[in-house]
Design a protein around this ligand. Structure first.
Ligand code: GSH
Length: 205
């Protein structure tokens, strides 16, 4: 399998899933939004993945689901069972559809306002930080008394929460204000799969 990635992005979750699955994989670093990469993924975004003659596969949840299906004994997307799968899907949807896009105005402020003066851009960023705080509270409450987002073992949802949590500083959000999220972040930082993925992406020595 070949994973197209950019360091520090949500592609780290798929990279980690490949490592947890013990899969054979290669990496290709890309420039987000570049014309060259848009020939591979017209959205210009990572992650994208190819497995043999699969064609280009995109969208993070579909990629971890693919890896999980290919290596079913690894429980990448949680233990089997109707309820476990529902909980996994609920939280991966929350992370991908609610939390992750809320960073849009932080990273790409100008796309979220028609104004371009610094004060307006700052207002847009502040509104995004406020909204992020509200969304983070939902995860924070869920994690009270838990070591993992789904069940009692790590899943790709934890890896995804880890990489998203690493962006909080860009939104001027102090992770100390979210002790349960911080605990998960610190646990996942120690995970050998995440450590290897970050090393391979040049994010750690
Ligand atoms: N819905 C997509 C979102 C992918 C996404 O937004 N990736 C970010 C990196 S975390 C990206 O590539 N942003 C650059 C861009 O969209 O140009 C997925 O789940 O894979």
């Amino acid at each position: 399998m070949k994973l197209y990635y950019a360091p520090g992005t949500c592609a780290l979750t798929v990279h980690t899933a490949l490592i947890w699955a013990d899969a054979d994989y290669e990496l290709e670093k890309v420039e987000l939004g570049s014309e060259a990469f848009k020939k591979i993924n017209p959205m210009g975004s990572v992650p994208a993945m190819v497995d043999g003659d699969s064609g280009v596969m995109t969208q993070m949840p579909s990629l971890i689901s693919y890896i999980s299906g290919k290596y079913p004994d690894k429980n990448i997307c949680g233990a089997p069972g109707l309820k476990n799968q529902q909980v996994f899907n609920q939280w991966i949807s929350f992370l991908c559809s609610d939390l992750h896009p809320a960073f849009g105005p932080v990273f790409n402020t100008q796309s979220y306002t028609t104004k371009s003066d610094e004060e307006s851009l700052d207002c847009t960023r502040k509104a995004a930080s406020k909204r992020l705080g509200t969304i983070l509270n939902v995860l924070e409450q869920h994690l009270a008394g838990k070591n993992h987002i789904v069940g009692s073992q790590k899943t790709a949802a934890d890896a995804h929460a880890y990489i998203i949590s690493s962006w909080l500083g860009y939104a001027d959000i102090n992770i100390d204000n979210y002790p349960h999220i911080k605990r998960l972040y610190e646990t996942m930082k120690q995970d050998p799969g995440i450590a290897r993925a970050e090393t391979e992406q040049g994010m750690r020595k």
